[in-house]
Ligand binder design. Structure first.
Ligand code: PEP
Ligand code: MN
Length: 362
C-alpha cells in the first residue's frame, strides 16, 4: 500500500508539471458505476491527466442534489485503482480536506463559492498545513481580483507549495451568452500578479452549454493557459447537476484533438525581427495617440473656460450624441466595433468632463 501511494505521488508530481494539464470527470459523483465508467472511458481517450468529481456540491438553491458526500470517496479511489488516473475533488471545509486525504485524493480544488469567503478559505488553508499535494483555487464568483489573490496568499502562507488557479468566469446579473462571463482581462491580470503559478481554464462553468466549449477552450490556449478542467459524464443529459454543460468522455477527446496549439514565442530570427518591427510601430502609434489625446484635452479645457465665463453646463447631450454617432460610423469604416468605440468615447468623455469640471470650479 505504502509503495502504491508513493508511486501515485510521483505520478501526480509529473502531471502537475505537464502542459497542458487536463482534468476531467463528472460535475458530481452520482453512483459507483457512473464514476468508474466515466473514469474508464476518459482513460481510454488517452487525453486526461486527472479525474475530477464533485463530492460535496455547493448549490445556489436548496432542494437540489448537494453531492453524494464522503461515501463517494471510495468510488474515486476504486476508479484510480482501475485506470491509474490521479483524482481531485472540491473542498470547502476542514472536514472535507480531512475526508479527502483519508481516501488518498491526489489534488484538491477550492470552488468559486468558497473563494469569496475568507473565513472558509482560511479554514481550508489551516487544514492544509503540512499537506504536500497540489491545490487549485477557482476565481471567486464575483470579479474581485483582491479576493482571488488574497485566497492564494492564504494558501501560500500556510506553506502549500503547489498552488494553481482555475478560471471559471464571473457571475453577472443578466449573464446571457455565457453562464459565467469570462472577462479574460481578469485572469490575464492574475497571470501578471502570479507569473510562476499555473492557471487552467474551466470552459464548462464559463459556457454553461456544450456548443461554446471548443471555442472557449481554444481562446484560453491562445492566451497561454496551462490546461483545462472540463466536466464529462457518461450520460450528460441525465446528469444530476450541470447537465447542460457536460459532455461524454469521447466528445472531450474530440475537443482536445481539435485544439490548435501555438507557442508563446519562437526563437526563429525571422519571426522575432518581424515581431520587433511591428511592435515598434505599435509603440510609435501609441505615443502619437497619447499626444493627440493630450491635445484634445487641452481644447476641452479651453471650452471649459468659455462655458465657465458664459455660465453654461458642462454636459450637452445633443453634442455628445452627435460625437458618438459620428465616431461609430467612422469607427466601422476603420474596422473598429461599436462596442469598442462606445467604451472609448465614454472614457474620453469622462476625462473631458473631469477636466472641465476642474476648470469651471477653479
Ligand atoms: C464545479 O466545479 O462543479 C463547481 C461547483 O464549480 P464552481 O466552483 O466553478 O462553481
Ligand atoms: Mn459543475
Amino acid at each position: 500500500m505504502e509503495t502504491q501511494t508513493n508511486t501515485m505521488k510521483e505520478v501526480m508530481q509529473a502531471k502537475w508539471k505537464k502542459r497542458p494539464l487536463i482534468i476531467s470527470g463528472p460535475c458530481s459523483a452520482e453512483t459507483e458505476e457512473q464514476v468508474i465508467e466515466t473514469a474508464t472511458r476518459l482513460a481510454k481517450t488517452g487525453k486526461v491527466d486527472v479525474l475530477r468529481a464533485g463530492i460535496w456540491k455547493p448549490r445556489t438553491k436548496p432542494g437540489l442534489f448537494e453531492g453524494i458526500g464522503a461515501k463517494g470517496l471510495p468510488w474515486l479511489a476504486q476508479a484510480k485503482k482501475i485506470t491509474g488516473l490521479p483524482t481531485t475533488v472540491e473542498v470547502a471545509t476542514a472536514k472535507h480536506v480531512e475526508d479527502a486525504l483519508a481516501f488518498d485524493v491526489d489534488m484538491l480544488w477550492i470552488g468559486a463559492r468558497t473563494t469569496v469567503n475568507p473565513f472558509s478559505v482560511q479554514e481550508v488553508a489551516d487544514a492544509l498545513k503540512g499537506v504536500d499535494i497540489p491545490v487549485l483555487m477557482k476565481n471567486p464568483i464575483n470579479p474581485d481580483l483582491e479576493l482571488w489573490s488574497g485566497g492564494l496568499e492564504r494558501l501560500q502562507k500556510v506553506g502549500v507549495k503547489q498552488i494553481g488557479m482555475i478560471h471559471r468566469g464571473f457571475s453577472n446579473y443578466g449573464n446571457t451568452e455565457y453562464r459565467n462571463a469570462p472577462m479574460w482581462h481578469l485572469p490575464i491580470e492574475m497571470k501578471r500578479r502570479f507569473p510562476d503559478m499555473p492557471i487552467i481554464c474551466d470552459p464548462s462553468h464559463i459556457c454553461g452549454n456544450r456548443v461554446m466549449l471548443q471555442s472557449t477552450a481554444q481562446k484560453s490556449i491562445d492566451l497561454d493557459f496551462d490546461g483545462f478542467m472540463i466536466e464529462s459524464h457518461i450520460d450528460p443529459d441525465n446528469a444530476w447537476s450541470d447537465a447542460k454543460q457536460q459532455i461524454t468522455p469521447e466528445r472531450l477527446g474530440e475537443i482536445i484533438d481539435a485544439l490548435v496549439w501555438r507557442n508563446e514565442t519562437s526563437d526563429k530570427a525571422e519571426f522575432l525581427n518581424a515581431l520587433a518591427t511591428l511592435r515598434e510601430q505599435i509603440n510609435h502609434l501609441d505615443d502619437e495617440l497619447l499626444t493627440i489625446l493630450g491635445q484634445r484635452m487641452k481644447i476641452a479645457d479651453k471650452i471649459g473656460e468659455y462655458k465657465r465665463d458664459n455660465n453654461i453646463t458642462i454636459l450637452q447631450t445633443n453634442r455628445w450624441n452627435e460625437i458618438l454617432q459620428k465616431g461609430i460610423q467612422r469607427g466601422a469604416k476603420a474596422g473598429l466595433s461599436e462596442d469598442f468605440i462606445t467604451k472609448y468615447f465614454d472614457a474620453v468623455h469622462l476625462e473631458s468632463i473631469n477636466h472641465q469640471n476642474k476648470i469651471m470650479n477653479s
